[in-house]
Design a protein around this ligand. Structure first.
Ligand SMILES: [Cu+2]
Length: 332
């Protein structure tokens, strides 16, 4: 038996933990959808939860009623057992069949809805999963970036999902359900975001040691903001000067060119495109803020920051790191 005061503490802690789940600031919530896809899935979830709640209440009420009505009392005879009651047999066969149909019809309709081919005017975005980051391409706009997907609200986007290595799964909870990235197969996910905002996402299929560190950010913005962003990403970055010019040299000499692309400078493909790295909000698939300190920390020792990272520790000196930080931050 747990002593009295401990019981109170236990109760209060569990209540606090339970209530913490209702926090207002929950960026990975699935119950406040911000797109048509998210809403379709959420409505289905509420619909099925409603049936589950109804079944729970009815079954529990019957159970409690029966336990109470037929409980043993002194001098009371055994209740008479019912056997082969035709009316009851039909009722408890028919009612579940009706409930299953009521669940199946909207479920199947939602499956078709969430797999419908993208509309003609949808903005095409190609997303490729890598251990442990996301490559993002806008073929119509000639934009290549990583880990951050910008899209205009009110316009459908059609994501073509594939993987460069193992299985991954694209999941931005506020915008809708998961979709896997499967080797040798192209999957599609179509949705229209309707509220501007920043929506974090996460790889949802175990893909190796840094799976939990494979995050992404979707930035849904007004058409004007989106076009301004796209315009910036289409233009080549300003030529480096001063400390940034030293960083540019260090970039060429430091082996970075073997793995990274910077438009007009290098064309490596093993790591994220860095052409506009200075304008991104996060680094290394959402695990660091894009600040000078965090960028320096990343360059000094990537695997120490992100276990298993496929960018090796390159043994850069503090001077080289400082110059590289100046250069990379100038790439807006
Ligand atoms: Cu993963």
């Amino acid at each position: 038996m747990i002593p009295g005061p401990a019981r109170v503490i236990l109760l209060l802690t569990s209540a606090a933990l339970l209530l913490a789940g209702c926090g207002l600031d929950s960026p990975m919530t699935t119950v406040e959808p911000k797109s048509d896809l998210g809403r379709a899935i959420h409505e289905l979830f509420m619909n099925i939860s409603g049936w589950a709640l109804l079944i729970f209440v009815v079954v529990e009420a019957l159970l409690i009623g029966v336990v109470f009505a037929f409980r043993d009392r002194p001098g009371r005879e055994e209740p008479r057992a019912t056997h082969g009651h035709l009316g009851l047999e039909i009722a408890w066969t028919l009612v579940p069949v009706i409930i299953v149909i009521a669940i199946a019809v909207p479920t199947i309709a939602t499956i078709f809805k969430t797999n419908a081919p993208p509309p003609r005017e949808a903005l095409a975005i190609e997303v490729t999963g890598h251990q442990w980051w996301w490559e993002v391409r806008y073929p119509e706009l000639g934009i290549v970036t990583a880990n951050e997907i910008h899209l205009p609200v009110g316009r459908a986007v059609s994501l073509s999902l594939k993987t460069a290595d193992v299985l991954h799964s694209f999941w931005v909870p506020q915008l809708g359900g998961k979709r896997d990235l499967i080797g040798g197969k192209l999957n599609n996910l179509t949705f229209t975001a309707d509220v501007p905002g920043e929506y974090p996402g996460q790889c949802a299929e175990f893909c190796g040691v840094s799976h939990a560190n494979m995050r992404l950010l979707v930035v849904a913005q007004s058409t004007a903001d989106f076009e301004a962003w796209a315009g910036r990403l289409k233009a080549p970055p300003a030529p480096p000067s001063g400390e940034a010019a030293k960083g540019h040299q260090a970039f060429l000499a430091g082996g970075c060119v073997a793995c990274h692309t910077i438009q007009g400078v290098a064309a490596g493909v093993l790591g994220p495109d860095l052409t506009h790295i200075g304008g991104r909000k996060t680094l290394a698939a959402g695990i660091l803020k894009n600040t000078p300190d965090d960028l320096a920390r990343w360059l000094k020792d990537p695997p120490a920051t992100k276990p298993g990272a496929l960018m090796p520790k390159l043994g850069l000196t503090d001077d080289q790191v400082a110059a590289l930080v100046a250069y990379l931050r100038s790439l807006k």
